[in-house]
Design a protein around this ligand. Structure first.
Ligand code: F6R
Length: 611
């Protein structure tokens, strides 16, 4: 996730772009850049500044540089393809240094396109997927920037919001959008393009939304928007009454809710950046094929929510790749003198990549000669730097302390990694891989349908918020999701909650159950459905109120339990990524009902860099 902005007008726009980027910094902050075109005395001069690090670095660099221009674009980056580096920062330039482009999204077919463009003589300077776009526009530019952008975009697959400017069209910006947001801000004698409303809210409250597949051609006093069929679209602007702080949350009450709602996008971007034409690419992992083929054991090291993703890895890697997996609490790992057979793969999962316990576990595993792979949401994080390879989730920055979208993105990576290992080890065929990838491709829309059910989950929370204790139960693939559901509830609502494998209840925890201790059970379509029904009957017999998470269409279970949360059907191996979402919403709504600060729960920090 990145933030993009563009300005066309008569003012000197450097500070307008910089301030806009500051409002977009929540979308990414590993590098940034601004380019402007100075048209004074017809000199048509481009100046550009890029810096690695947060926007303070860019601001400092700009303060030292004479830079003027009334046409400009800016970008704040969350690295996806290519590490945070000045050459990978946007804007990107064509070979003649005339066309400039900023991009938010992922171009899936950038590899073949890059090879093709290189064979036609284009020179690339970055490792990004984005750079292909600007070279394509260069190829098609024939005096009409809109046409060139349209043609370039017809070649790409993936997601994008872009803003393009050219020295040769000094009074014009072109924007386009597919699966990444883009708005037009309407000013007086000036216009803006931006990833979202807050970026330009201090200059205007009138906006147009660019819809899927549309292209916007913008000058200081004209906005034209074309649909996919090159037809002009007539749009009426709307006025927003947002203030700046609510706008950063895009209208949501908290970052956590916004991030929960962003999950279908986070999961889709994570899938898209690793899958192209039914092939899983984990190139950045550097995982040697001979290691994959000979691994004796996999260890997962992680903490908290990331540890729960580890339990998902265990389920799917053992199922598909048939490699034994141990899930290890990172803070314990280094103290137990772990026995690590050779060759072993240690997978560290950490959204921040800065959790000290996980880093210490990585060091311990390294000392014992394991091959270390980190799954992280942050490129160049400490965990990534200390590992032999890394695979990234593309969830964008997460601001709420309690993890949500980074977790479902981690689960998507777990699925892809397990299929990749299985394929390399010959446990599944290409056809089977394609079959499973087709299922995973549908996950974002299934998550969206769960999110669309938000109001029903809120109604349930309004009933259940009064209980002091909860027990969450699940079996097999259902267990990691209930562990996460219980953690979410306790950390943001301060209600005591425990998760148990349902069959374990009778060995002790069932003593807690009664009318004051509700049970949340995962009872979706699965090979253990009848078993869990038995476990639900056991707690019902002890008067526990029961909420069952069940597959849409299961009417029968409604006679057994008090309330149901319906989830779309998916093969059981991949159910965790769906089932965890309503549990996040359930915890969120209970916490809100209790008046808790969900973005900053007491005693917790987003990144735990102390032991
Ligand atoms: C809970 C939560 C924490 C983190 C844990 C590890 O909502 O966010 O449990 O999952 O502190 O953090 P990372 O993944 O950054 O290593």
């Amino acid at each position: 996730m990145c933030g993009i902005i563009g300005y066309v007008g008569e003012k000197d726009c450097v500070s307008i772009l910089l301030n806009g980027l500051k409002r977009l910094e929540y979308r990414g902050y590993d590098s940034s850049g601004i380019a402007v075109l100075n048209k004074e005395d017809n000199r048509n001069e481009i100046s550009m500044v890029k810096r690695v690090g947060n926007l303070k670095k860019l601001e400092k660099a700009l303060s030292k540089k004479e830079m003027k221009g009334s046409l400009g674009i800016g970008h704040t980056r969350w690295a996806t393809h290519g590490k945070p580096h000045r050459l990978n920062a946007h804007p990107h330039l064509d070979c003649k240094n005339e066309i400039l482009l900023v991009h938010n999204g992922i171009i899936e077919n950038w590899g073949p396109l890059k090879n093709e463009l290189i064979s036609r003589g284009h020179k690339f300077i970055s490792e990004t997927d984005t750079e292909v776009l600007v070279h394509l526009v260069e190829d098609y530019y024939n005096g009409d920037l809109v046409k060139a952008v349209r043609k370039a975009l017809s070649k790409v697959e993936g997601s994008y919001a872009i803003v393009v400017m050219s020295k040769k069209s000094p009074n014009q910006l072109v924007g386009a959008r597919q699966d990444s947001p883009l708005v037009v801000g309407l000013g007086n004698g000036e216009n803006y393009l931006a990833s979202d409303i807050p970026a330009v809210l201090e200059h205007t409250n009138k906006f147009l939304i660019i819809e899927q597949g549309e292209i916007a051609n913008i000058t200081k006093d004209k906005v034209e928007i074309y649909d996919r069929n090159e037809k002009l679209v007539n749009k009426s602007p709307f006025e927003t009454n947002w203030d700046i702080s609510s706008a950063e949350k895009e209208g949501y009450e908290d970052f956590m809710l916004k991030e929960i709602m962003e999950q279908s996008i986070a999961v889709r971007e994570t899938y898209r950046s690793h899958v192209y034409k039914y092939k899983i690419s984990l190139d950045e992992s550097n995982l040697p094929i001979d290691i994959i083929k000979n691994i004796k054991k996999i260890f997962i090291v992680a903490c908290g929510t990331s540890l729960h993703a580890g339990y998902v890895v265990k389920g799917v890697v053992e199922r598909f790749a048939r490699i034994p997996v141990d899930v290890e609490i990172a803070s314990e790992f280094r103290y137990k003198d772990p026995i690590i057979p050779n060759p072993s793969l240690v997978i560290a999962i950490s959204q921040s990549g800065e959790t000290i316990d996980t880093i210490a576990a990585i060091r311990e595993a390294k000392r014992k000669n394991a091959w270390i792979l980190t799954i992280s949401n942050v490129m160049e994080s400490s965990a990534v730097r200390e590992s032999d390879g890394a695979v990234y989730t593309f969830a964008g920055p997460e601001i709420g302390v309690a993890a949500s979208k980074t977790h479902t993105a981690q689960i998507m990576i777990c699925y892809l990694l397990s299929l990749y290992l299985a394929k390399v080890r010959g446990e599944i065929t290409s056809a089977e891989t394609a079959y499973y990838l087709n299922i995973l491709k549908e996950v974002p829309s299934k998550i969206k349908s769960v999110l669309d059910n938000h109001s029903k989950i809120k109604e349930l929370a309004n009933i259940y918020y009064k209980f002091p204790d909860f027990i969450f139960i699940g079996r097999k693939y259902g267990f990691p999701a209930v562990m996460e559901g219980a953690l979410k509830l306790k950390e943001i609502s301060y209600i005591h909650a425990e998760a148990y494998p349902a069959g374990e209840m009778k060995h002790g925890p069932i003593a807690l159950v009664g009318e004051n201790c509700p049970v949340v059970a995962i009872a979706d379509d699965s090979s253990v459905y009848n078993k869990i029904l038995g476990n639900i009957s056991e707690v019902k017999a002890r008067n526990a109120p029961v909420v069952a998470l069940t597959t849409i269409g299961n009417e029968k279970i409604k006679n057994l339990v008090d309330h149901v949360i319906e989830v779309p059907k998916i093969p059981e191996e991949f159910s965790a990524i769906i089932n965890v979402v309503p549990l996040q919403l359930f915890a969120y709504e209970i916490a809100k009902k209790l008046g808790c600060n969900v973005d900053q729960p007491r005693n917790l920090a987003k990144t735990v860099t102390v032991e």
